[in-house]
Design a protein around this ligand. Sequence first.
Ligand SMILES: NC(=O)c1ccc[n+]([C@@H]2O[C@H](COP(=O)([O-])OP(=O)(O)OC[C@H]3O[C@@H](n4cnc5c(N)ncnc54)[C@H](OP(=O)(O)O)[C@@H]3O)[C@@H](O)[C@H]2O)c1
Length: 301
Amino acid sequence: MTTFAPPLSAEELVTKPMPQRPLGHLGWNASLLTLGGVKWDVKCSDTEAVALVHRAIELGVNTFDTAHAYGEGESERKLGLALEGIRHRYWVETKIGDRTYDGAKRQFETSLKRLRTDYVDLLFVHSLDTDDQREQIMQAESVLKALEEYRAAGNIRYIGVSGHWVRDVMLRILGEHRFDAVLFPVGLFNAAYDYSFLDTVLPFARSKEMAVLGMKIYGAGRIKQAKSLAPYLRYSIQQDIDTAVIGMDSIAQLEDTIRILKSDPGPISDAEVRALYPEAIAITQEWDEHEFSWVQGYKIP
Ligand SMILES: NC(=O)c1ccc[n+]([C@@H]2O[C@H](COP(=O)([O-])OP(=O)(O)OC[C@H]3O[C@@H](n4cnc5c(N)ncnc54)[C@H](OP(=O)(O)O)[C@@H]3O)[C@@H](O)[C@H]2O)c1
């Protein structure tokens, strides 16, 4: 696989500015790349994970995404280690999977300890993908009540919701509850499977003035089988998203993406996008060990 990125010198990679976009109306200019907390949670040692986060910071990343569940806590723990003493300069978001009031409180207290902080900037209700889950969180004594209490106490600044399977469920919950931010798939893979969130969920979120964060841009890792990284990244960043949340497990992977972002790759045409659909579908028909087959629920056109 090639990145098709114009060559940047080692110095340019550092000195060229990282593109930023306002994160909705949350008062933060987010780096266009948000470093996602999946993969380096389990694939990297503490030393490697800290070096990855520090290199991301050196190259202009100011926004970090993790979750209580990633690597059974390893992602939050390693991020906390990397940001020790400098945490207040960055945007840190995490996610809570428990739908109950008491369970969410237990998870959040543990997350704060792992992250070595007393507040997170954005807390997502994690992976909301079924109507049952939607109904659970709309109960009076649910995770949402716990999160609002933490917000009132200053431990959470903003509250969001994430999901990657069912766009109708996402639309319904965004209509029922006022979230500050939403995270959902915005990859070319979704367009190829004719299961895009961009025509429905995205404009609805914008009509509610939410921050919009995008994921699945590299097909949860299947990008390794593609001819090039660049068109997939270009497709996603030309959408109306505030930041691209992408998982990485090495400095080399991080630099590939930042090299493309800093070289201002320009828009990709509809014809170029459509020409990639066969590849996008072909490389997501099977999954390697430890990969996440998130397209399984989508329909092949
Ligand atoms: N809220 C949710 O429900 C949810 C769910 C999943 C993820 N997320 C967030 O979104 C982030 C991204 O996860 P995702 O599932 O959307 O995955 P993704 O960003 O589409 O793919 C990330 C994977 O792409 C591969 N990759 C990255 N850079 C590469 C490069 N330069 N060359 C080749 N391969 C490269 C790596 O796979 P290998 O590690 O296999 O090399 C990496 O782990 C996560 O880290 C997490 O923060 C949120």
